[in-house]
Write a protein that binds this ligand. Structure first.
Ligand code: PRT
Ligand code: ZN
Length: 286
C-alpha cells in the first residue's frame, strides 16, 4: 500500500487531487477524514499542511508526497532524505528578494547589514552565505509582505507568482533565488512492492502530464500542401494522413500544444487547410 501525502487545503490541493484522479486513482475527496483509501489502486491519500509533507515523507510515515519545491528545499536543504522524482507542471512560483520600490538597488550588497523578513529562513541563509552577505534574517510565518511598511524589516524574501502582492505593498522584486513548482517526492527507501506501485503511478502521471494542454487537430488539406503541413505538425511520430474521396485532398490528424494552436491554425489556413476541427484530448499514452 503506497501512502501519498497531499496538501489538505490551499493552492496545491485541487490540482494534486485532479492529477491522482486523472491517473485513475479513485478516492473520495473528503479532507476531514485525513486518510482516505483509494477504491481501485493500492494507495491511500493522507491530507496534510504543505509544511509537514517533506518531513512526513522523509520519515517514511508517507511513501510519496506532492508539494512545492520551495517547501522541499526549505525543510530538507540539499539532503537526500527525500527524492524528487517528477516536476508536475503546476503551482509555479518563485522565491524572491524584494525591497521598497523607491530604493535604489545595485546588487546583492544592498542586503549587507539589512533585516530581511521571510518564512523561508533556511533557503535565504544558504543564499546569503553562498554570496558572502551578512544580513539579519527575521523568520515570520505569514504576511511577510507587510513587514517593510510596518517598519519591521528592510526587505522581504517571499513567494511571488503574479507579483501583484508586491506591487500593492509598495515593493519591487530584485532577485530570484528559486524557481518552484509542485513536485512529486518519495522516501528513498521503498519496499519492492511499493516501488512497483510507484512505477505504475509514475507511468500514468507521465501520460497525464504529456496530455495536459494538448489538443487533437483534424483538417482537410490539399495533397500538394501535405509536405508543408507535416513540417508544421510533427506530432508524436508523424501525423496521420488519410486520402479523401475528393481527388487532390487528404485528411490530416495530429496533436498540438494549445499554446501553439492559433499560430499553427493560421499557418495551416495559409497553405489551404479547410474544415479544421480542434478536439480536447483525454490521454496520450506514449
Ligand atoms: O495551510 P498550508 O500550510 O498547507 O498552506 P500555505 O498557506 O503554506 O500554502 P499555500 O496554499 O498558500 O501555497 C502552497 C504552495 O503553492 C506554496 O508552497 C507554493 O509552492 C505554491 N504557490 C504558487 C504559491 C503561490 N503560487 C503564491 N502566489 N504560494 C503562495 N503564493 C502567495 C504569494 O506569496 C502572495 O502572498 O500568494 C500571494 C499572491 O501572489 P502574487 O505574486 O500572485 O500576488
Ligand atoms: Zn504551509
Amino acid at each position: 500500500m503506497l501512502r501519498i501525502a497531499i496538501q489538505n487545503k490551499g493552492r496545491l490541493s485541487e490540482e494534486s487531487v485532479e492529477l491522482l484522479h486523472g491517473a485513475g486513482v479513485k478516492f473520495d475527496n473528503v479532507k476531514r477524514k485525513y486518510l482516505v483509501k483509494a477504491r481501485n489502486f493500492p494507495t491511500e491519500v493522507l491530507y496534510l499542511r504543505d509544511d509537514d509533507i517533506p518531513g512526513v515523507v522523509a520519515s517514511g510515515s508517507a511513501n510519496v508526497g506532492i508539494v512545492g519545491l520551495n517547501e522541499v528545499r526549505e525543510k530538507m536543504g540539499d539532503s537526500d532524505a527525500v527524492k524528487i522524482v517528477r516536476k508536475l507542471g503546476f503551482g509555479y512560483c518563485r522565491l524572491c528578494l524584494a525591497i521598497p520600490k523607491n530604493e535604489t538597488y545595485n546588487g546583492l550588497e544592498y542586503f549587507e547589514g539589512k533585516r530581511v523578513a521571510t518564512s523561508y529562513p533556511r533557503i535565504l541563509k544558504d543564499f546569503f552565505s553562498k554570496h558572502g552577505i551578512k544580513a539579519e534574517i527575521a523568520e515570520i510565518s505569514g504576511s511577510v509582505e507587510i513587514t517593510p511598511s510596518a517598519g519591521m524589516a528592510d526587505a522581504i524574501f517571499d513567494i511571488v507568482s503574479s507579483g501583484g502582492t508586491l506591487v500593492s505593498n509598495g515593493l519591487k522584486e530584485v532577485e530570484t533565488v528559486l524557481e518552484s513548482e509542485a513536485v512529486l517526492i518519495t522516501n528513498p527507501k521503498l519496499s519492492e512492492e511499493d516501488q512497483g506501485i510507484l512505477n505504475e503511478l509514475l507511468f500514468r502521471i507521465d501520460s497525464e502530464c504529456i496530455s495536459r494542454g494538448k489538443k487533437y487537430l483534424l483538417m482537410n488539406i490539399p495533397t500538394a500542401s501535405l509536405e508543408k503541413a507535416i513540417e508544421l505538425l510533427p506530432a508524436m511520430r508523424s501525423p496521420t494522413v488519410m486520402p479523401l474521396a475528393a481527388e487532390g485532398w487528404c485528411s490530416l490528424h495530429s496533436v498540438v500544444d494549445s499554446s501553439e494552436l492559433w499560430d499553427k491554425v493560421r499557418k495551416l489556413k495559409e497553405i489551404g487547410a479547410e474544415g479544421i476541427l480542434v478536439l480536447n484530448l483525454d490521454k496520450i499514452i506514449p
